[in-house]
Ligand binder design. Structure first.
Ligand code: ASP
Length: 341
């Protein structure tokens, strides 16, 4: 079948080309997509594009932009078979994570990609990433999409978006999915690991637009002071804290520290325990240094990434769940973002 793909360009390095006259990098004109990348004409798909105005460096990403992006997908959902989102790499893992929560019942591919070198640079990785993303977004079998979820396609890997983080600022292999197998390996062939890909549920897409930013991340380090911990926990309006702990979810056992967390928990702040490690899971109670946390109401995040944890907290808070339900849902895989042991 011929697929219709919508390419959504949000900004970032990938969409830049060198102005031959001045040598400066300027955004690529997506209306002239086929003349920039003639090989696209060989695909059995029709490609349209949507360009955000203004384009942004993804370091300026924010919830307002996420809502617009989800809106573009919703408005075009019936018209297209798949979506490719071109995005700066810096916050791509956050955007892919939050979009996975915002787009409930997603039954079509939404493939994020970007590049480390601009499209217009000779050794660019953008061309390959872009072409691979288009092929994956348009990959159907028996009229069913092969990857009907939010993913990131980068270098030779296709990953579940809400399992990723950017771990390298230099290499073309910039993204890691430390706790979940690749959805596909991109080599001579694109080899889909179908057993790891979410199955379509054929329900109607539902877009969630309320994101609550009353959240914070606190990364532990040896020597963290009482002042720092208490200041963060006392931020006005704070509703959820992502606590980045050591190893399998461990934290200091100092009395002042546990009291501060316990007092915040009693005030209704949800504390979500996420490991600083790029692989492995929080196992509260494995060591004495995490057993206390469970006792004072800290919620274990299993193997969720920080990017996904903050996105999930914003989404669930935005939905207005009660504290009890929020805690339950944080520990429940909603879009394949965590593995419950
Ligand atoms: N700072 C850029 C961005 O994230 C880097 C990139 O595009 O990869 O938008």
């Amino acid at each position: 079948m011929e697929s219709n793909i919508l390419v959504i360009y949000t900004g970032g390095t990938i969409g830049m080309i060198q102005n031959p006259a001045t040598g400066a990098l300027t955004p690529f004109n997506f209306d002239a997509l086929y003349s920039h990348i003639p090989v696209l004409q060989n695909f059995n798909c029709k490609i349209d594009s949507y360009c955000f105005e203004p384009l942004i460096d993804s370091s300026n990403m924010n919830p307002g932009f996420w809502v617009k992006l989800a809106g573009v997908i919703e408005e075009n959902y019936e018209k297209y078979d798949g979506f490719v989102v071109l995005h700066g790499t810096d916050t791509m893992a956050y955007t892919a994570s939050v979009l996975s929560f915002m787009l409930e019942n997603l039954n079509k591919p939404v493939v994020f990609t970007g590049s480390q070198l601009p499209m217009g640079v000779l050794r660019t990785d953008g061309r390959e990433n872009f072409i691979n993303a288009i092929e994956i977004a348009g990959a159907y079998e028996d009229e069913t999409p092969i990857v009907p979820e939010v993913s990131i396609c980068f270098e030779n890997r296709l990953m579940r978006g809400n399992r990723t983080n950017k771990f390298n600022a230099e290499n073309f292999n910039a993204f890691l999915s430390g706790n979940y197998p690749l959805l596909a390996q991109v080599g001579v062939h694109i080899k889909y690991n179908r057993q790891y890909i979410l199955k379509p549920n054929f329900k109607k897409l539902k877009v969630h637009r309320n994101l609550d930013s009353n959240v914070a991340i606190l990364k532990l380090f040896p020597g963290i002071s009482e002042n720092v911990v208490k200041s963060i926990l006392n931020i006005e309006g704070l509703k959820a804290l992502i606590l980045e702990t050591y190893g399998a979810g461990n934290a200091p056992t100092d009395k002042w520290f546990l009291n501060a967390l316990s007092e915040a928990n009693n005030r209704g702040i949800t504390i979500f325990n996420v490991t600083q490690c790029k692989g492995g899971s929080v196992e509260m109670g494995k060591y004495e240094t995490s057993a206390h946390l469970g006792g004072i109401g800290v919620v274990g995040g299993f193997d969720i990434t920080t990017e996904s944890a903050i996105a999930k907290a914003m989404y669930l808070l935005g939905e207005g769940y009660s504290n009890g339900r929020l805690r339950e849902l944080l520990q429940t895989p909603l879009r394949g973002e965590l593995t419950v042991e």
